[in-house]
Design a binder for this molecule. Structure first.
Ligand code: VGL
Ligand code: ZN
Length: 198
C-alpha cells in the first residue's frame, strides 16, 4: 500500500523560543527527517495565519491567551499570535528536510476560521484539498508526525481515519501542548476513531 508521511506544522513558532512553543518541539526534527526515506511521499503542512486571524487572543480585547471562546463553528481556544503569514515564526524549523516534500499544504489562512486539521477547517466541513491530493496519488496509508500531538496532529489523524485512510500516529515523532489534559483526551479520541498510536 502506497504510504505517505504527513508532517504537521514543524514551524519555528511551535518550537522552543517560538510564540506558541511546544516543549521539546525541536527534538523531533531529526527523527522526522530520518523517517522520510521509508515513505512513497512526504507532505508538510504549514500553519499560516493572517494578522487579523480570529484564533489570536490579542484580536479579542480582554481575552487572555489559552482561554476558550465561542465561534460560529463551535468552541475555539484563543492562542498567542503565531505563524503569521510570511514571518520567521511561520517558517519551517531550519533543520527540517523540506527538500523531500512533494507538497506543502498551508492551512488557517482564512481570517474568520481556524484550521487545526490538515483535511478540514474547524467547521469540520470546509476541505483543504489534501484528501483529494492523496486519493489521486493512491496514497492510502498515512503516518502522521509533528506538532502539536493533541491539536493539529490529532485533529488531522481523526479526520483522515473518518475519510477512510489507514492512519498511524508515530508518537515518538510528536510533542504535545497538553492544555488541561488535552493529550490524554486526544489519544482516546484518536483510538476511538480507529487511529493506530505507535
Ligand atoms: C496548532 C494551535 C494553534 C498546532 C496550530 O499546530 O497544533 N495549535 N495553531
Ligand atoms: Zn494556528
Amino acid at each position: 500500500m502506497p504510504r505517505a508521511l504527513i508532517v504537521i506544522d514543524m514551524q519555528n513558532d511551535f518550537c522552543p523560543d517560538g510564540a506558541l512553543a511546544v516543549a521539546e518541539g525541536d527534538q523531533i526534527v531529526g527523527p522526522i527527517n530520518a523517517l522520510m526515506g521509508e515513505f512513497d511521499a512526504v507532505v508538510l503542512t504549514q500553519d499560516w495565519h493572517p494578522a487579523d486571524h480570529a484564533s489570536f487572543a490579542d484580536n479579542h480585547p480582554g481575552a487572555p491567551p489559552f482561554s476558550l471562546t465561542e465561534m460560529p463553528y463551535g468552541p475555539q481556544v484563543l492562542w498567542p499570535r503565531h505563524c503569521v503569514i510570511g514571518s520567521e515564526g511561520a517558517a519551517f524549523h531550519p533543520g527540517l528536510n523540506t527538500d523531500r516534500a512533494d507538497l506543502v499544504l498551508r492551512k488557517g489562512f482564512r481570517p474568520g476560521i481556524d484550521s487545526y486539521s490538515a483535511f478540514f477547517e474547524n467547521d469540520h466541513e470546509t476541505p483543504t484539498g489534501l484528501a483529494g491530493y492523496l486519493r489521486e496519488r493512491g496514497l492510502t496509508d498515512l503516518s502522521l508526525v509533528g506538532l502539536a500531538h493533541d491539536f493539529c496532529v490529532a485533529w488531522s489523524a481523526i479526520d483522515a481515519a473518518k475519510l477512510g485512510f489507514e492512519v498511524t500516529v508515530i508518537e515518538a515523532a510528536t510533542r504535545a501542548i497538553d492544555l488541561d489534559g488535552s493529550l490524554e483526551k486526544a489519544r482516546a479520541e484518536m483510538r476511538g476513531a480507529g487511529v493506530t498510536l505507535r
